[in-house]
Design a protein around this ligand. Structure first.
Ligand code: DGL
Length: 272
C-alpha cells in the first residue's frame, strides 16, 4: 500500500482525459495534476524546449511527493519520455498502451494517427505500431489547430472545430482506415467532431484513457495502491489563469462541484 498521490501532467487540459479514467479505475487514489497552461501548446515547439518543460513539470510533481508520474501528453511521450524514465520511480507515457489498443481494434490493419506537429514529426506512433505489428499500414496527420481550439473552449459542437476536423481527417478517411489513434490527449474532448469527419465505422482510440488503464494495472501490480476505504481527491495546478482552466476542466470532467485549482510559478523548478 502507498497513500501518496499520483502525479499527472500535460501542457493544459488534455491530460484530464486521463484523469477522468484514473478516477473511474481507481476511485481511492489521490491525484495531483499539473497543466502547463502558461506555455501551451507544446506541440509546435522544438525537442529541446519540450524536454526542458518536461523536466520542470516533473520537478514540480516530485516536489509534491507523488508515487508515480504520468505524462498524459502525446507530445511529451513522443520526444521526452526519457526524462520520466530517469526518475527511478513508476511512470507511464501514452505510446505503448495506445498502440496496443489500436492493434487490438483494427481489422483491416490500416491505422490512422493524429497528433501535434512534434508528435507526428517524431514518428513515435508509427515506429511503435510497426515494431509491434510489422506490415501494418500507418497514415499520419498533424492537427495543429486542435489544441488551441480545445484550450479556448471550442468544443465538439463548434463549427470552426468541425471545419478543422474535416480538413485534417479527409485524407485519412480516403485512405480507408478503420482505426484512428487520438495521439494527443486533448483530442477526445472533441471526439464527436473527429468521429464525424473520420467517417462511420472508424474506431477511435483515446490515448489518455488507455494510459490511465495501463497506470492502474501497473500500480495494482506493484502493490502501490492507496489503503482501502479512502475517497480519492484531485488537486489541480496551472501555470496561468486559474479561471480559464476551471471552466474548460469543469465542463470536461462533468462535475458540478468547483475544482480545487492553484497557480504555480513553474519557472521556479529546475530545467536540468
Ligand atoms: N495534450 C498534449 C498532447 O498530447 C497537447 C500538446 C500541446 O500542447 O500541443 O500532445
Amino acid at each position: 500500500m502507498d497513500d501518496r498521490a499520483i502525479g499527472v501532467f500535460d501542457s493544459g487540459v488534455g491530460g484530464l482525459t486521463a484523469v477522468k479514467e484514473l478516477r473511474a479505475q481507481m476511485p481511492g487514489e489521490d491525484i495531483v495534476y499539473f497543466g502547463d497552461t502558461g506555455r501551451v501548446p507544446y506541440g509546435s515547439r522544438s525537442r529541446a524546449t519540450i524536454v526542458k518543460y518536461t523536466r520542470q513539470d516533473v520537478a514540480f510533481l516530485r516536489s509534491r511527493g507523488v508515487k508515480m508520474l504520468i505524462a498524459a501528453c502525446g507530445t511529451v511521450s513522443s520526444v521526452a519520455a526519457h526524462v520520466l524514465e530517469e526518475q527511478g520511480m513508476p511512470f507511464a507515457v501514452v505510446l505503448r498502451p495506445t498502440v496496443e489498443a489500436a492493434l487490438a481494434a483494427t481489422r483491416n490493419r490500416r491505422v490512422g494517427v493524429i497528433g501535434t506537429a512534434a508528435t507526428i514529426r517524431s514518428g513515435s506512433y508509427r515506429r511503435e505500431l510497426e515494431r509491434l505489428s510489422p506490415g501494418v499500414q500507418v497514415f499520419e496527420q498533424s492537427c495543429p489547430l486542435f489544441v488551441p481550439l480545445v484550450e479556448s473552449g471550442c468544443l465538439g459542437g463548434d463549427e470552426i472545430t468541425a471545419l478543422a476536423a474535416e480538413r485534417y481527417l479527409s485524407p485519412l478517411r480516403r485512405a480507408g482506415i478503420d482505426t484512428l489513434i487520438l495521439g494527443c490527449t486533448h483530442y477526445p474532448v472533441i471526439r464527436e467532431a473527429i468521429g464525424r469527419a473520420a467517417g462511420p465505422g472508424v474506431t477511435l482510440i483515446d490515448s489518455g484513457r488507455e494510459t490511465a488503464r495501463y497506470a492502474a494495472r501497473l500500480l495494482g501490480g506493484l502493490g502501490l495502491l492507496h489503503a482501502p476505504g479512502h475517497r480519492g481527491t484531485c488537486r489541480f495546478f496551472v501555470s496561468d489563469h486559474i479561471e480559464d482552466f476551471s471552466s474548460v476542466a469543469g465542463i470536461y470532467l462533468g462535475g458540478a462541484a468547483a475544482l480545487d485549482v492553484e497557480y504555480v510559478d513553474i519557472d521556479r523548478f529546475p530545467a536540468e
